[in-house]
Design a protein around this ligand. Structure first.
Ligand code: ZN
Length: 76
């Protein structure tokens, strides 16, 4: 028989516990290449480098951004 909570936890109890959730801002790391703040284990959005080599070409922003206008006229 699996252990189950005997009583429903009230909103005040849940809210009181969740009051501490604002404390953590989440993980942050510094880019090795440009020293800007970025997410850990992610390609740096500023310079496009990850682990010392260029993964994403940030110098040419038209590649990924230009495609957003393509579906603008359609009404799905
Ligand atoms: Zn960077």
């Amino acid at each position: 028989m699996a252990p189950l909570p005997k009583k429903k936890h009230s909103r005040a109890r849940k809210g009181g516990r969740a009051a501490h959730h604002f404390l953590s801002k989440g993980a942050l790391s510094v880019c090795q290449q440009c020293r800007s703040v970025k997410l850990p284990h992610r390609v740096c959005p500023t310079c496009g480098y990850y682990k010392g080599r260029s993964v994403v070409d940030v110098q040419d922003p038209g590649v990924q951004v230009a495609e957003t206008d393509e579906h603008a006229g359609h009404n799905h």
